[in-house]
Design a protein around this ligand. Structure first.
Ligand code: NAD
Ligand code: ZN
Ligand code: ZN
Length: 345
């Protein structure tokens, strides 16, 4: 094991990440050390590095919560993973395991939850510490670079779609078909749903069409609410808003069919007004959804291992992270960038 590793570190909010060498962490009791093979870059990492949200990480910290790698060292007492296993270190780094939420398979809202790349150092580094109770187990046959986007973008959209309650044959609208959304389209198709894709970028919409979306709406060119209601005969049974834009949230609730469910997943900073009369009189459910449980993780990965869902990835080295952030901020990343730590070697 080397003493030093390369890492991309947020030293101050809103400033470029600093590429530097730091000590390879040593796993304490109950922890494991993972040698990173790949780590996806999520828009959440950008929010983290900018300090966008009310609950902020404390710099210096290493972002990244789509890290996949090989277990290379075990802390005292670890028995449930072994050296050589391929695991993912997801956004839900750990939870307490015994509160009412953990006991009812709602560990994602555990008050003691820790977040990779936010309250714990994450995957923009050659090694990651992890809690073996909460790592994702990567199925055989799924490469590290392909698995990376599944452990955040995939699980989040898969769970979010389940939370819409939409049934096979019904319509879902996916607002924002970028990193999360291009996987949402595929999960929705695999779940037997009809898909309307809404975005502000024609290339992203063309990609969504190739992935099976039937109805495509550029919200910059026409009113997405009217277009969606016309195209689906009254609105989508389920709406999944992944777009990091408050405009999309206002539109998303209005795109929901009577008695339908609008699931909020994107996390742009700020608030948006809820049209009270419309929500009440049309019996619309508006609910938040936050990644997914370990069970959701296994299911989301199984879709990918079965070839029903495939992330469209662009590989980049860790050293390109600031350029990747810049492109992500300006909507110039086609789907998902995955930082490749030499996974092919
Ligand atoms: P991304 O940048 O890859 O994709 C965003 C997409 O939204 C792009 O295709 C962009 O063109 C589109 N978009 C922008 N403005 C729009 C608008 N007004 N209407 C429709 N589409 C619009 O980002 P991502 O990695 O997919 O993440 C999206 C959001 O989801 C971020 O805010 C991120 O923090 C959040 N997120 C939430 C969870 C969760 O558990 N709830 C998990 C992961 C990410
Ligand atoms: Zn994420
Ligand atoms: Zn708990």
């Amino acid at each position: 094991m080397p003493d030093l590793m390369q890492a991309a570190v947020v030293e101050a909010f809103g400033k470029p990440l600093v590429l530097r060498e730091q000590s390879v962490p040593v796993p304490g009791p109950g922890q494991i050390l993972v040698r990173t093979e790949a780590c996806g870059v999520c828009h959440t990492d950008l929010h983290a590095a900018r300090g966008d949200w009310p609950v902020k990480p404390v710099p210096p910290f290493i972002p990244g919560h789509e890290g996949i790698g090989i277990v290379v060292a075990l802390g005292a007492g670890v028995t449930i993973v072994k050296e050589g296993d391929r695991v993912g270190v997801p956004w839900m780094y750990s939870a307490c395991g015994h509160c009412e939420y953990c006991l009812s398979a709602w560990e994602t809202v555990c008050p003691e939850i820790q977040f990779s790349g936010y309250t714990r150092n994450g995957g923009f580094a050659e090694y990651i510490l992890a809690d073996p109770n909460y790592v994702a187990h990567i199925p055989d046959g799924l490469s590290a670079v392909q698995a990376a986007p599944i452990i955040c973008a995939g699980i989040t959209t898969y769970k979010g779609l389940k939370e819409t309650g939409a049934r096979p044959g019904e319509w879902v609208a996916v607002s924002g078909v970028g990193g999360l959304g291009h996987l949402a389209v595929q999960y929705a198709k695999a779940m037997g749903l009809r898909v309307c894709a809404v975005d502000v970028d024609d290339d992203k919409l063309a990609h969504a069409k190739a992935l099976g979306a039937e109805l495509l709406i550029n919200a910059r060119e026409r009113d997405p609410i009217t277009a969606l209601k016309d195209g689906t005969g009254g609105g989508a049974h389920g709406v999944l808003i992944t777009a990091p834009s408050l405009t999309a949230f206002n539109q998303g609730v209005a795109m929901t069919r009577r008695h339908g469910t609008c699931v909020l997943v994107g996390l742009p900073p700020g608030d948006f007004p809820l049209p009270l009369f419309d929500v009440v009189a049309a019996c619309i459910t508006v609910r938040g959804s936050f990644v997914g449980t370990r069970k959701d993780m296994a299911e989301a990965l199984a879709f990918a291992a079965d070839g029903k869902v495939k992330a469209d990835i662009e590989l980049q080295p860790l050293s390109a992270i600031n350029d990747v952030f810049d492109r992500l901020e300006h909507g110039k990343v086609p789907s998902r960038v995955v930082l490749d730590f030499g996974s092919q070697s």
